[in-house]
Design a protein around this ligand. Structure first.
Ligand code: HEC
Length: 201
């Protein structure tokens, strides 16, 4: 019997005895070392929560920068985006942004992030997703969709000022030519999940 089937049948058995006492023992895979099942919804919420200040601060920095014009805003984004991501990464939680068409090569996707990027590129799914990194960490990703305000720096028609600033700081820039509504990339979070074992149903 495949591992998948065994896990499913254990779940079915557990669901069948509805008055079984709640137990903190994780549902485990029958023929491989104990493998906990996580409360995916709770982890997604925790990750989304960790992303909130990052998103808000990025957006504020961008808006403040844009008030001075897109070329100045590039400086704000260039200098502040990595710093904001680093500051928001605490308690073993790391966060960031990445894309299949990068502006900053420092944002290059890891292997699990490439899996997420491919998923969103190949489907219409725009819901957050989780990947078990199998090292006590979960990887969380949510798609970033291009909004009209992004086009000044990521669209097809860039001002000369913006083009110059991008050429200066990002000579290998691939992150232009997007249209509103296009997938631009993802936000990602990796978070420790050691204490997130779900009690049996
Ligand atoms: C003022 C110009 C500007 C605007 C407007 C702008 N960006 Fe960017 N964007 C940048 C710069 C500069 C970087 C590289 C900063 C860094 O190191 O993360 C960047 C990087 C990114 C990245 C990280 C991946 C990569 O390519 O390095 C994503 C994702 C992204 N932008 C999405 C957006 C979205 C979505 C919007 C609209 C809400 C937006 N940007 C608006 C200038 C801009």
């Amino acid at each position: 019997m495949s591992r998948y089937l065994i896990v499913v049948s254990v779940l079915v058995l557990l669901a069948a005895c509805s008055d079984a006492p709640e137990s903190p023992v994780p549902v485990v895979d029958a023929d491989s070392p104990a493998r906990p099942v996580y409360d995916e919804e709770a982890i997604k919420q925790q990750a989304a929560q960790a992303l909130l200040p990052f998103k808000q601060q990025l957006m504020q920095a961008l808006q403040r920068g844009l008030e001075q014009g897109p070329a100045q805003a590039i400086d704000v984004c260039r200098l502040q985006a990595p710093a904001i991501a680093a500051a928001a990464s605490v308690d073993g939680v790391t966060i960031g942004r990445t894309s299949f068409r990068l502006r900053n090569p420092g944002n290059a996707p890891s292997v699990w992030q490439q899996v997420g990027l491919r998923h969103y590129q190949q489907s219409e799914d725009r819901e957050p997703m989780l990947i078990d990194l199998e090292n006590g960490q979960m990887g969380y990703m949510e798609p970033i969709v291009t909004a009209p305000m992004c086009l000044a720096c990521h669209g097809s028609e860039l001002s000369v000022e913006v083009k110059d600033a991008l050429a200066k700081h990002y000579p290998a820039d691939q992150a232009t030519g997007f249209a509103a509504g296009d997938l631009r990339g993802i936000f990602w979070v990796s978070l420790p999940v050691t204490d997130q074992v779900v009690p049996s149903p």
